[in-house]
Write a protein of this length. Structure first.
Length: 765
């Protein structure tokens, strides 16, 4: 079967590029000047004539019933134009929380508040200050209820029920293959450990929110979102509007990481306030609100038992995870077992994942949902197994490279894990670094250590539906029209490069329209590392369609068959006879019509193979045994993510993923008061410690592994955003162990915890 049978249409016969002139080069962002100069208009910058401002009153308790809402004083305050509650006509709409396992419907303003920060009422006023003054003037009578914020306590008999039917979210999800018990009897070494990861928060720079404006029955929303069509659908569903009457615009996005994939309650509240007042309403949350309400990487507690033979062959893996998506269904354990299922060859595997409700804000997909948590457990266990049998950690992983997706029973289009491990270890100087770290452990307080970890992302290669339109104008400039959001990853730049590669149009002559349901073409949301692999084949197909039409037009002028023509340097040239050429701008039919339009779509991935990106990371740390401080000295990331579309944006993705993983490993955790109030106590950038430039090593290297993958798609990209952060925290934990001999099984590895572990080690505890 040939690779062509898997191509997207209409460019179904397109084969991946071989040599490229534009694609793969380290080119700066096409909108870089606008972004760094402040000229780019983000949704939070939007200002409309006659615009007023919204603010939301939120429940201050972890668990409570709203008994009475008194808005009379707020309604009389200066500048106030509207106050809405759950009893306001039109505001009593349902709000669905849906996951693959279940759906729970609440209200936009639900009188049963299940976490701190639930919406109780909202205000629109002439200024933000007047709106917030009015919010504070609303009097609410609450019946405060018992709460549970610890997922490990949520299933205890005395735990308060958050929803009818108890605190278990659906059924425990299970997976199995082989005979786990038999596998452990075949092992020479069996180890068992419990690992845990703390809750990590998205905290993008641009706050969540929107501007809403009605024009008669039609609603326009400006929002920094990962998917304008997804938000359009959500708003239309909740408000009962035709999709044609909802327009969502999101040209720029100030960070997302998975927290902006769907419509939020603030969309509906802004729309209701705008409809009630007859004026545009701008409603953006405060930083404190975003910590409570817009999502997080769920905390997980994981138990892993593993068996290995002395030759390094894995014989059995038995894994269970308990996690929480908060107060509403949010896949608190979604994909948290996938690496155990699929990363390493093992015939006997069993996994169980249990999601529970707690009185905390709902989770959202967060850059590789579930995978960094699972890597934290699996990759530390792999190092522990290697030590137990006296094998190098890289060698143990190389011993168990998979040739197919074991959980799916399908071969991978390419399996670059071996190359990631081997080439990464070589470039990092793995063996030499381990030897130097061992030799440097003298009597001083500073210890060096090196660590590594591997990973894969559950999906790759993108997916349909995607539609893109490319126009080539008579003057040789082009327009690219696509619905995808550029969430800061350089999507617009990469897609313009694809057009430039296919048509030979300089980047500066390509104008881009994106992320507007009113003017651009439908696509799925930008998330899950699918944007470039999904959009670029459709963009290439659209550009290819333009090229074919252009060659046909030029053939009439040159009196040649289109199959004998090619595009070169802004001209159409007869192959083998370069003297016979015509500039694009001189093609008669193009001058007559003024424009050539091509439409491209994204076809399905291979049916009998699975597209998957692989990765491995290597790091070196310094640990101060006296203070417990961990300094990250250097990091190297290898990624089998298919073709590198733009080397500069590729490196930015890798370095950004490593930075986020450093936060998970060393500094980030949500603190909920589990004893008295259930409230979050570190909901600001001072107390919630994001890694800064001082926490990230100056020595970071991105090493792409570009394997020939004719089955992937016509662009050859497999996705990078998620894999770039999956192994980071585990690699750091392994490096800390290498430096100290202390195995840190819970995140974050902060100085206090590490000092306590070191003290316990010295006492022999």
């Amino acid at each position: 079967m040939s690779a062509a049978e898997y191509r997207e249409e209409p460019g179904q016969l397109l084969q991946p590029w071989k040599e490229t002139a534009i694609v793969g080069k380290p080119l700066p962002r096409v909108d870089g000047y606008e972004r760094v100069s402040g000229a780019a208009v983000y949704p939070s910058d939007t200002s409309l004539p006659d615009m007023i401002y919204g603010a939301i009153l939120r429940c201050p308790h972890a668990h409570a019933l709203v008994k009475l809402v008194d808005t009379r004083q707020a309604e009389k305050m200066p500048g106030v134009r509207a106050v809405i509650t759950g009893k306001t006509p039109g505001a009593g709409v349902d709000w669905p929380y849906t996951t693959p396992v279940m759906t729970v419907k609440t209200k936009l303003f639900d009188p049963h508040c299940r976490h701190e920060g639930e919406e109780v009422a909202a205000v629109a006023a002439e200024t933000p200050y007047q709106a917030w003054d009015a919010v504070k003037a609303i009097k609410v009578e609450y019946e405060v209820l018992p709460f549970v914020v610890d997922h490990k306590k949520a299933l205890e008999p005395q735990a308060p029920a958050i929803h009818e039917g108890g605190n278990r979210v659906g059924k425990t999800q299970t997976y199995g293959r082989g005979d786990v018990a038999k596998g452990f009897t075949e092992a020479d070494v069996v180890l068992e450990e419990t690992y845990s990861t703390a809750c990590e928060l998205h905290t993008p720079i641009e706050l969540h929110g929107c501007v809403a404006k009605w024009d008669g029955p039609r609603l326009t929303v400006w929002e920094p979102t990962q998917g304008v069509f997804e938000v359009q659908s959500g708003i239309a569903q909740v408000l009962g509007l035709p999709l044609a009457n909802v327009r969502v615009i999101g040209h720029y996005v100030g960070g997302a990481f998975g927290s902006r994939l769907t419509a939020g309650k603030y969309n509906i509240i802004a729309a209701l306030l705008a409809r009630k007042t007859g004026r545009p309403v701008k409603l953006f949350l405060t930083r404190e609100e975003t910590y409570l309400c817009v999502g997080n990487r769920p905390p997980d507690t994981m138990k892993l038992k593993a068996g290995v033979r002395k030759d390094g062959t894995l014989t059995a893996l038995d894994y269970s995870a308990l996690g929480t998506g908060g107060a509403y269904p949010a896949e608190g354990t979604g994909n948290v077992d996938w690496l155990v299922r699929d990363l390493y060859t093992c015939p006997n595997v069993r996994t169980q994942t249990t999601d529970v409700y707690t009185n905390a804000g709902p989770a959202r997909p967060f850059r590789a949902p579930g995978h960094p948590q699972c890597a934290w457990a699996l990759e530390q266990m792999m190092d522990a197994l290697a030590e137990a049998i006296g094998m190098d950690p890289v060698e143990l992983r190389l011993k168990n490279i998979p040739s197919l997706s074991q959980a799916r029973g399908l071969p991978y289009t390419t399996t670059g894990l071996r190359q990631c491990l081997e080439e990464g270890a070589r470039a990092f100087g793995w063996k030499e670094a381990r030897q130097k770290a061992a030799e440097s452990r003298g009597s001083g307080p500073i210890r060096r250590g090196v660590g590594m970890a591997g990973g894969l992302w559950v999906v790759g290669g993108g997916r349909p539906p995607v539609t893109v339109v490319v126009k080539l104008f008579a003057d040789g400039s082009a327009n690219l029209n696509m619905g995808a959001s550029d969430i800061g990853t350089g999507t617009k730049t990469v897609m313009a490069m694809v057009v430039a590669e296919e048509l030979g149009v300089p980047l500066e002559k390509i104008q881009i329209e994106n992320a507007d349901t009113g003017t651009t073409q439908f696509t799925t949301r930008s998330g899950g590392s699918k944007t470039v692999p999904s959009e670029s084949p459709a963009v290439r197909a659209a550009a290819f369609s333009v090229k074919q039409q252009l060659l046909a037009m030029a053939g009439k002028d040159l009196k040649a068959s289109p199959s004998d023509l090619e595009l070169k340097g802004g001209s159409v040239v007869v192959k083998g006879d370069p003297a016979r050429e015509i500039k694009i701008t001189n093609i008669s039919e193009l001058k007559e019509w003024g424009v050539v339009l091509g439409v491209g779509t994204r076809g399905p991935n291979p049916q009998k193979q699975w597209v998957t990106p692989f990765c491995a990371q290597f790091c070196e740390v310094e640990v101060n045994l006296k203070t417990g401080e961990v300094k990250v000295v250097r990091f190297l990331g290898t990624n089998d993510s298919g073709r590198v579309m733009n080397r500069l944006t590729f490196e930015c993705q890798v370095f950004g993923g490593i930075t986020m993983g450093i936060g998970l490993a060393l500094t980030e955790f949500r603190v909920l008061d589990g004893n008295q109030t259930g409230k979050m106590v570190n909901r600001n950038w001072h107390d919630y410690k994001l890694p800064t430039a001082l926490d990230v090593p100056a020595d970071m290297v991105s090493l792409p592994i570009e394997l020939d993958d004719p089955w992937c798609n016509s662009a050859g990209a497999k996705g990078l955003g998620e894999p770039a952060t999956i192994p980071t925290a585990a690699a750091l934990a392994n490096a800390v162990y290498n430096a100290t001999g202390v195995r840190m099984t819970s995140t974050p590895i902060d100085p206090l915890k590490l000092c306590q572990a070191l003290a316990s080690q010295r006492k022999g505890g």
